[in-house]
Structure formats: C-alpha cells, structure tokens
Design a binder for this molecule. Sequence first.
Ligand code: SAM
Length: 339
Amino acid sequence: MNDTFGRPLRNLRLSVTDRCNLRCEYCMPETDYVWLPREDVLHFEETSALVDIFLSLGVDKVRLTGGEPLLRRDLPELVRMIAAKPGLTDLALTTNGVLLAGQAEALKAAGLGRITVSLDTLHRDRFLKLTRFDQLEAVHAGITSAHRVFGGLKIDTVVMRGVNDDELAPLVEYGRSVNGEVRFIEYMDVGGASRWTAERVVSRREMLERLTHHFGVVVPIEEPGSTAPAERFALPDGTTFGIIASTTDPFCRTCDRSRLTADGMWYLCLYATHGLDLRAPLRRGAAADEIRALIAGGWSARDDRGAERRLALGDRRAFVPVQDLLKRDPHIEMHTRGG
Ligand code: SAM
C-alpha cells in the first residue's frame, strides 16, 4: 500500500481521547475548548476493529496518544486487545507522564512495548508556567516508573526560544540518569499552536551548536533506511539523543504515518484540514472490506507533504491563528489529532 509518492502505510497514531490534564502553551494555550461529543468517541471494540483493518493493509506500528491517553478509562484493556494482534511489530504510547506512575505496571502487563514521556523543563516554576499545572513531581514519578518497569524510555522535549532553550544539556543529563533518550523537537506551527512565531523556533543547527559547545564533538548516528523522524546523535561519552527538525527540515519525503482521532476521523498529515470519517461506516455496520477499500483508496491518493509546504511559505505565521476556526473544527487541534 503506497501513496502517490511511494510512501508505505505503516505507522498509525491512535488518539484515544482529545482531553488533556495539562495546557501546554505550544499546544493548548486557550482558556476553553470545544471537546468531541462523548457519544462520538469510539468504543474499544470499534477501535480494535479499525486497527485490524489497518494491519491488514500494511500498518505494523501503532502509537497510542491523545490528548492525554492515560485519561482514557481502562486504557490497559485497549492495549491488551491491540498487543495481541498478528502483524503488529511495535506498540508504543506517548504521554505527559502525570498519571504514569499508577499505570506503568498495568500497561506493561497488558503488552505495551515502549513509552515516550513529554517533558520540556526540569524547573518546577517553568513547568507550571508552561503547562498551567504544578505537576512536575508527578511526571518525575512517572518517568521513574517507566525506567523501572520498561527498562528505559524516550523523552520528547519541544524546544522554544526564551522558554527552555537553556535546558538542552541538563535534559540530556537527566535523560541519561533514567535511561531515557531525549529527542528535541523543533517548535511546530501545528493547529493549536496559535501563538507560534518563527522567532521562537530553535533550529536543529542551533541545538547542535549549543550541545557541541557544552559536551564537545557531537557525531551523527547513521541509520540507513530509517523512516523515523528523529535523527540521532552521540556525545563523546556515548550518550545518544535525537532531534526532530520538523519545522526547518521536514521529513515528508519518508512520512509513513497517519492519525486516527478518538472519534474515528482518519488524517493523512498533521497539517491536513480534511479527514476521512471511518466512524460513520463502522457504526452503520459496513463490512470490513468496505472500510478497507475506503482506507486503501485514501492512502493511494495521498499527496500530502504539509510540513514542506509550510516551509515553502516565506513569511510564516501560526497555521491556524484564529481561535474561532479551531472551535468550529476541533479536529484541527493537535491535541485532538494526536501528536
Ligand atoms: N499528552 C501526550 C503528551 O504530552 O505526550 C500526548 C499528546 S501530545 C499532543 C504529543 C506530542 O505533541 C507531545 O510530545 C507534544 O510536545 C507535541 N506537540 C504538541 N504541540 C506541539 C508543537 N506546537 N510543536 C511541536 N510539538 C508539539
């Protein structure tokens, strides 16, 4: 199953809720939100049925995300249903970590393979300012649990000028202490990032300069054939970290990921303004083959390269600067679509 640029359908990001227990300023800066109607949110059986169809079309990696996926009641039950499916090679979860300490064991027992925790700062006051919640201690506890239960983890950090760009080295050092590989993400102008400006982006080049200045020579790690968005690097002592340069050097050419929202809308690009409704056919009882044909048709017509198109715009502003638009269609929000 290849799209118009020969990119295979492989990575499925499954958003299990649009709700979140943090309000990160690069993702959810507003005071109020329009949430998906509860009755629209897929039941686990429905999600599982769609995952079966995706797997039959070539998907082999699934990542649970949101919103905050650990807010979804009984999440380990969904993990158990998906982990057992033939053809799946990788089942991962992206979380802000706040509720992780209480759930890590159950998630592991249910068959979850890997965890990524988002963490942007090691300072309690900054964390509060950035997320509007005083939860840094809970996140540390979550990371400690992930280290203990899963043996290690990834830590995702969105780097913003004037906010946390002085914490690159401390975050790498913290990651090392919990067997967590840090991946620095360039601040993206995605839906929801209504306060994005080009000046606040810290580029991969600048991050590498700063890390080289602090640690010494930084060596790129060659990973031939990798379609992962992060480029990985090694420090002189062997510690590794990654950079996802989605803003200044997008990876559209190799992007094999698509996103299913909690209410069953399927998006082929983070920047797509329209998705394919899979909930409607599912709920009217369409046969699996009919839904398979819909998905196959959608993917083979895919010509999205949203991040490259954004880069090609010279004078760049927030993707959706007007809050009214986000309210009219909450699916455009990063926290709905699943980061
Ligand atoms: N709540 C979970 C979490 O915090 O990891 C999962 C959902 S969150 C939307 C997924 C990822 O998207 C997080 O790592 C977050 O930092 C990232 N993200 C959100 N808005 C972003 C932006 N404007 N630029 C870059 N990354 C962003």
